[in-house]
Design a protein around this ligand. Structure first.
Ligand SMILES: Nc1ncnc2c1ncn2[C@@H]1O[C@H](COP(=O)(O)OP(=O)(O)OP(=O)(O)O)[C@@H](O)[C@H]1O
Ligand SMILES: [Mg+2]
Length: 277
């Protein structure tokens, strides 16, 4: 695609939408008393050994579950329905009661922070359901995404429009009138409006045709290539693992298989159990 700010940084005078300074290994100050791992082996974002559920006294949904992603990477979580993929994402975002484990962002333990504060720290999260405001226009949705910003976000909106040109065309239409694929673009665009340090997507291609899925994956790859780490859940396991630097197969709230996308695609057990042979 021509004229895209994500592929060509020459014309892009504004700080990138993806906040590359933040994502390229700068290390936030750590609170004293925290375990400090060396920068080399500590992922940019990690939900580590997470055990917990939706309430303090309820059942554990996650069991010693670990998911992580680094700058420039796409990490993909796959697994059967009800495996806890969304729950793991919500745990990383601070919407779960964790009995054990922790969440580190750029070396900082953020386990005790609210989702709101995590957004301010740089997490862009697109949930599986209800991820847009259907009665608001496309542009208003993107403006909502910029709610935490006090600076001029118009350049970021232009970058979102460069990434998803159809959204510019439909900027004044209610988002609820858009197709499934276009709605997902609104949802991803909304998350990008915060200039996140990491992008978390729960089933960004749910309910779209294979062609639209390929399109969306291409755009996600484009975003990841700018250095922005992408952690996503996908039900299109095979296609998602093909673009994954890191892959996690979750089963019953636990890590069943972990490896590069290629490794998982080649693993006979993963193929037989999760990829239809
Ligand atoms: N809000 C909730 N309160 C209590 N239990 C929940 C809640 N949401 C999900 N669960 C339970 O957590 C388990 C994991 O569900 P989760 O939605 O994380 O699975 P998933 O892997 O994302 O599935 P899918 O592929 O269908 O999206 C299920 O047993 C589910 O019933
Ligand atoms: Mg889910």
């Amino acid at each position: 695609m021509s004229g895209n700010a994500y592929q060509d940084d020459r014309g892009n005078k504004d700080v990138s939408i993806t906040n590359p300074k933040a994502a390229t290994g700068s290390v936030a100050p750590r609170k004293s008393g925290q375990a400090v791992k060396s920068d080399d082996d500590s992922p940019f974002l990690i939900g580590e050994n997470m055990t917990g559920g939706y309430s303090k006294n309820g059942p554990d949904i996650l069991h010693d579950c670990t998911i992580a992603v680094n700058p420039g990477e796409i990490a993909v979580i796959v697994g059967p329905n009800g495996a806890g993929k969304s729950t793991a994402m919500k745990a990383v975002f601070g919407m779960l009661y964790l009995r054990q484990g922790r969440v580190l962002l750029d070396g900082e333990d953020i386990s005790d922070l609210s989702p709101q504060v995590r957004v301010q720290k740089g997490m862009g999260f697109v949930p599986q359901n209800h991820n847009i405001f259907t009665s608001m226009t496309v542009e208003e949705n993107l403006e909502m995404g910029a709610f935490i910003r006090t600076d001029d976000y118009s350049a970021t909106m232009e970058q979102v429009f460069d990434l998803f040109p159809i959204l510019k065309e439909k900027r004044n239409q209610p988002a609820g009138e858009l197709s499934g694929g276009q709605r997902q673009q609104v949802a991803v665009g909304r998350a990008l409006m915060t200039q996140p340090k990491v992008l978390m997507l729960d089933e960004p291609t749910a309910g779209v045709s294979p062609i639209v899925m390929d399109e969306l994956f291409d755009r996600i790859i484009e975003v990841a290539r700018t250095g922005l780490p992408v952690l996503m859940v996908e039900q299109n396991a095979r296609q998602a693992l093909e673009i994954a630097d890191r892959g996690y197969v979750l089963v019953q709230g636990a890590n069943a298989h972990t490896g590069t996308g290629k490794e998982l695609l080649a693993d006979p057990e993963v193929r037989a159990s999760f990829l239809g042979g």
